[in-house]
Design a protein around this ligand. Structure first.
Ligand SMILES: N[C@H](CCC[C@H](N)C(=O)O)C(=O)O
Length: 278
């Protein structure tokens, strides 16, 4: 089997192995995804993303897989990375990335940063989804001293706890049980946010299927949406993650959430797919 080119990219340290399946599928089974994502035996990444043919109306289809083999409907940081790739390929600054969550228009700016229209948040309990009818503004959940998170979907499920001091929250301890709480039939990404100002939030996310990451784009969108719903933030905020900052806006005109931030390529390489278990 010929060596397969790959690109290692990241958005604020949330890192991806990017593979190209537009010519032919690569047989990315959950076992192979886990092996490629392994940070010692494989290349290592928070998500393995692949490019697939999109069909009419979009430039590319973005398939998002977590290291545990689960597939996600959204990945904000990877969407920025892939948008930058397609923009470089096509010479167009405006591209459309199709995902399970919908078609996401993106624009690459002269400074290299990328804005993605992540679409509208889904606020109903069935859309998150949750296991039973309830107000998604405040869930009957407690995590240590944190309680009553708000939930929404950006094409993937998010719960956001609001805490007075993020440094006092043991995210890595609280995350695993919350990710798999029975309230979340598809599990959930668990964010812990500290509101510094109506236009500035700190955020750490325990990601579904990936654990702690340095940044979570869809999580930053969910945190701003949930903060605004709770009257804690305006419609625009800088979200400060461990890996850096994202600019998020929940646009009043159409209810879409815009996310702007950097992208980077760490390296490119070739891999022998046959060396990874199918
Ligand atoms: N772990 C997420 C997918 C990656 C999201 C994150 N890396 C982002 O930038 O949005 C999930 O299973 O929904």
């Amino acid at each position: 089997m010929p060596l397969l080119p790959f690109r290692k990219m990241h958005g604020l340290g949330n890192d991806f192995v990017v593979l190209d399946e537009r010519a032919a599928p690569l047989g990315l089974t959950p076992a192979r995804v886990a092996a490629l994502a392994d940070r010692r035996r494989g290349i290592g990444c928070d998500q393995l993303v692949s490019l697939e043919p999109a069909g009419a109306g979009a430039d590319v289809f973005l398939r998002i897989r977590n290291p545990d083999g689960s597939e996600a409907g959204a990945c904000g940081n990877a969407t920025r990375c892939v948008a930058a790739l397609i923009a470089a390929e096509t010479g167009r600054r405006r591209v459309v990335v199709r995902t399970l969550a919908g078609d996401l228009p993106a624009e690459v700016h002269p400074d290299g940063s990328v804005t993605v229209d992540m679409g509208p948040p889904r606020l109903g309990w069935q859309e998150v989804p949750l296991a039973e009818p309830m107000d998604t503004l405040r869930l009957p959940l407690a995590a240590g001293a944190a309680e009553g998170p708000a939930a929404c979907s950006m094409g993937n499920p998010h719960a956001t706890f609001f805490v007075p001091d993020l440094d006092a929250v043991p995210v890595a301890t609280l995350g695993p049980a919350l990710e798999r709480h029975p309230l979340f039939p598809e599990r959930a990404n668990i964010g812990f946010a500290q509101v510094l100002a109506p236009d500035r939030l700190r955020l750490v996310v325990w990601e579904r299927g990936a654990g702690m990451t340095l940044a979570c784009g869809s999580g930053a969108c969910a945190a701003l949406v949930n903060a605004h719903r709770r009257g804690l933030a305006g419609r625009r905020a800088t979200v400060v993650l461990p890996g850096g900052e994202l600019a998020i806006e929940w646009r009043a005109a159409d209810g879409h959430v815009l996310m702007t931030g950097p992208v980077a390529t760490a390296f490119t390489g070739q891999l022998d797919l046959a060396a990874y278990p199918a």
